[in-house]
Design a protein around this ligand. Structure first.
Ligand SMILES: Cc1cc2nc3c(=O)[nH]c(=O)nc-3n(C[C@H](O)[C@H](O)[C@H](O)COP(=O)(O)OP(=O)(O)OC[C@H]3O[C@@H](n4cnc5c(N)ncnc54)[C@H](O)[C@@H]3O)c2cc1C
Length: 498
């Protein structure tokens, strides 16, 4: 059974954490762009909406179609190829460009890239997403100079209203100037359209494929070590830690343990990522060990280390034990360094955990230190919740992302710091804790991730136009490609971004 069929059974599509579901009898598995165009034309004739889903890994309802409308499962759009040099401007002909169909998972992409001698530039903590799903919600990894996944896009092949097939590139595009069509796709060279379509939430049409600029193969070294939060703060404020490495990720225990190794402060697990351009000579025993211990999930990794069942049980029967559990798991994640080909180091997630935890994740400006205050506020909030016997069951996570020109990416026009607060599904206080953290972060001017828990935004007190500076332009362009609302979703209506 494919990952698409696992989410779509008996006429009901569900996201993987089973928080959102919808019924439809109209589902399609197109094999090429002509079939996608036919589905869109039929939807337009029958006054239906149409939407493709990826692996269903978004925690928000961003992938949900309208009930009984058209659902596209892109499982047969699964090819990766080197881009034909003849179509490219001369200066790009030797560059590592790949053509990737929208249903390809990040995992398959990485396997194909390895075969071609290439590596992905960046990815999230797991590899189960489809490339189109991950890109459409702005999925990111960590590194203040490393772009989110959409930073790899050089062209988008999309089938849009009226069944038009377009290849959208920047104004100074990658295709030869003389080229008007690439195969059946008419080439549009326009910065604004390109930037709006990068993170598109499925609103511009059905993405058929991307042309991505990846990297020649490289390797990464990851190291995990512990420092008290009071010592980490000045390192963050001075940028010392962040400038030294390609990527940095932090996990912070929202609680202080009164007994043990670091009393009177919050434990912080620092993960650093360094590039290695040649294959590490020999793998040490510890190098191979990491993926075994670390069969775990990005910022939710602690859940994997501790075990879903034990956290769930403990959170309801002995909630006061959570601070100690988080601490133990964080300490177990320390190591002396792990080296491997880039995507294996960037991959942090075990298969099983993806359906058992979720988070809200909010972006803050990197250039001021507001986010450090926000973390301190989240820590205070955890103390207040604790008085009501509500405990976090995972540490607070911090990642950094390079600025982007994608109109509605939270990192539009500025480097950002993403702060996330994961909770195990069905654990004690799961909803109250996530909601209170999201509320707090919104009050501090944060911009939520489109694919994570962000439901509070639908309340009247939040104005998505105020929150996203690029939204107005995005909306104007989106209406050109979606004039009849064929690609509009419930999520877009709720968020008032139609
Ligand atoms: C365990 C776990 C770990 C995660 N880790 C990270 C992380 O490290 N960093 C991060 O940023 N995010 C992370 N996420 C969030 C996740 O990467 C995003 O929510 C992503 O969008 C999921 O991809 P998907 O393929 O499941 O897409 P879906 O959730 O199925 O869809 C996402 C959106 O893409 C649209 N879409 C999909 N395919 C097409 C297409 N062909 N044409 C047009 N629109 C399309 C859908 O309509 C929808 O709007 C994580 C999620 C999980 C479950």
């Amino acid at each position: 059974m494919s990952r698409f069929d696992r989410n779509f059974k008996n006429g009901v599509w569900q996201n993987t954490i089973k928080k959102h579901s919808i019924r439809t009898d109209h589902y399609f598995k197109p094999t090429n762009h002509d079939e996608i165009a036919e589905i869109i034309l039929r939807a337009e004739r029958e006054n239906k909406t149409v939407r493709a889903v990826g692996s269903g890994h978004s925690f928000s309802n961003v992938a949900l179609i309208h009930e009984h409308n058209f659902l596209i499962l892109p499982e047969k759009l699964n090819k990766v190829r080197k881009v034909a040099q003849l179509t490219l401007k001369e200066k790009y002909q030797e560059a590592p460009f790949v053509w990737v169909q929208s249903g390809v998972t990040v995992k398959s992409l990485n396997n194909e890239l390895t075969n071609l001698g290439y590596s992905i530039t960046n990815m999230g903590g797991i590899n189960h997403q489809t490339i189109s799903g991950a890109i459409s919600t702005g999925t990111h990894g960590t590194g203040v100079n490393v772009p989110a996944i959409h930073g790899m896009i050089r062209a988008i092949q999309i089938v849009t209203h009226g069944g038009q097939k377009l290849q959208v590139e920047r104004t100074k595009g990658i295709s030869k100037k003389s080229l008007i069509y690439n195969g059946d796709f008419k080439i549009i060279r326009d910065d604004d359209t390109f930037h709006a379509m990068m993170v598109s939430l499925g609103a511009f049409g059905i993405i058929y494929a991307y042309i991505l600029r990846v990297e020649h193969e490289y390797w990464l070294k990851e190291r995990n070590y512990i420092l008290p939060w009071a010592e980490v703060k000045p390192l963050l404020a001075s940028r010392e830690l962040l400038n030294k490495f390609r990527g940095v990720k932090l996990l912070i225990n929202p609680y202080i343990l009164t007994k043990g190794k670091s009393p009177n402060d919050h434990t912080c697990l620092i993960s650093t990522y360094e590039i290695e351009y040649s294959k590490p000579l020999a793998k040490k025993f510890g190098d191979q060990f990491r993926n075994f211990i670390g069969s775990i999930l990005g910022n939710l990794k602690i859940v994997g280390v501790m075990g879903y069942a034990s956290i769930k049980k403990c959170s309801s029967k002995h909630p006061d034990k959570m601070p100690r559990l988080i601490e133990t798991a964080m300490r177990n994640l320390q190591d002396k360094g792990y080296r491997d080909t880039a995507h294996k180091v960037l991959f942090q997630g075990g298969e099983y955990i993806k359906e058992r935890a979720y988070d809200c994740e909010v972006a803050f400006d990197y250039k001021d230190d507001n986010y450090i205050t926000v973390i301190d506020e989240l820590i205070k909030n955890a103390a207040i919740l604790k008085n009501n016997n509500l405990y976090h069951n995972s540490p607070i996570g911090i990642r950094y992302v390079k600025r982007s020109k994608a109109s509605i990416a939270p990192e539009f026009g500025r480097e950002v710091v993403y702060v996330d607060t994961p909770m195990v599904l069905d654990s004690n206080g799961e909803v109250e804790i996530i909601e209170s953290c999201l509320k707090l972060m919104l009050e501090h001017g944060g911009i939520p991730h489109w694919g994570k828990f962000n439901k509070l935004l639908i309340r009247d007190e939040y104005d998505t136009d105020q929150i996203h500076p690029g939204l107005k332009k995005w909306r104007n362009l989106m209406r050109i490609y979606n004039p009849n609302g064929t690609f509009t979703s419930l999520f877009m209506e709720e968020m008032k971004i139609t």
